[in-house]
Design a protein around this ligand. Sequence first.
Ligand SMILES: C[S@@+](CC[C@H](N)C(=O)[O-])C[C@H]1O[C@@H](n2cnc3c(N)ncnc32)[C@H](O)[C@@H]1O
Length: 282
Amino acid sequence: MKAIKEFEMYWEEALNSLYPKREIKSLFHLTLEDVLGISKTMLLSNPDLNLSLDASAQLNRVLERLKLGEPYQYIVGFTYFDELEIKVDPGVLIPRPETEELVHWVLDAVHPENKGTIIDWCTGSGCIALALKHHLKNWEVHGIDVSLDALKIAKLNSHSLNLSVEWHEDSALQPSFHQKADVIVSNPPYIPFVDKAEMHQNVLKFEPELALFVPDTDPLLFYKAIADYAMKNLNDKGLLFFELHERFAQETKSMLEELGFNQVEIKLDLQGKQRMLKAQMR
Ligand SMILES: C[S@@+](CC[C@H](N)C(=O)[O-])C[C@H]1O[C@@H](n2cnc3c(N)ncnc32)[C@H](O)[C@@H]1O
């Protein structure tokens, strides 16, 4: 038996050189809750709780992987996105909070009681497609990715969440799946390789390169390909939504205006970055 307080001190010492103090604390409480079912409130009312040998071993297993820089979400195998628990593994990008903001923008723009069709290009874990289906039960939702590893997780997610999304293996750069849609949404790969130097090691080492990078010489590669797809497949007045690289936000907007999209609008995320875009088909 070990007192939780004692284990917490050991945990803080072990991760001290790797993460900021606040993050270490929050990882400790997340692990207690997600792995052992001990919430912060339970701990507050029982500050002298002890850990069994088995519970200590479970925490130690998480700690060893955190020490190697592995993202917490891959260790426990899930994360929360919008109102959903989404399974993740190293075959998919860990869904980010700014992508939830994109989903909320889509939801603000459509009428849930109507019927319509949504296509989510570069779906990864399926987080965007699944969150939209969760709120728009009457809508038909398609999630597409080139990665079979990603589609495997997306399908597991739709099964465990009981949300019916149609999944397709296809490349946004050479699409063969065509379907008329009212909304096309995408958080595609958008980071030029040159940005690698400024990125966290735990992203570079553990998250799939396929999900992240575009050539330095063509950072709008996916935006141009999906815009072209939208020109052919969006219904009149249909909407196109992108998550953006803030450095290329204005360039993406101009590209869409030149193609003839209307009301091209950029929105800031909660951190004040030019993070998402909405455009209307004529
Ligand atoms: C930035 S991740 C986004 C994942 C998910 N939509 C999210 O928001 O968390 C980009 C995704 O694009 C997929 N991808 C990469 N190249 C692709 C291509 N040519 N066609 C379709 N999907 C592609 C990757 O497998 C990855 O799942």
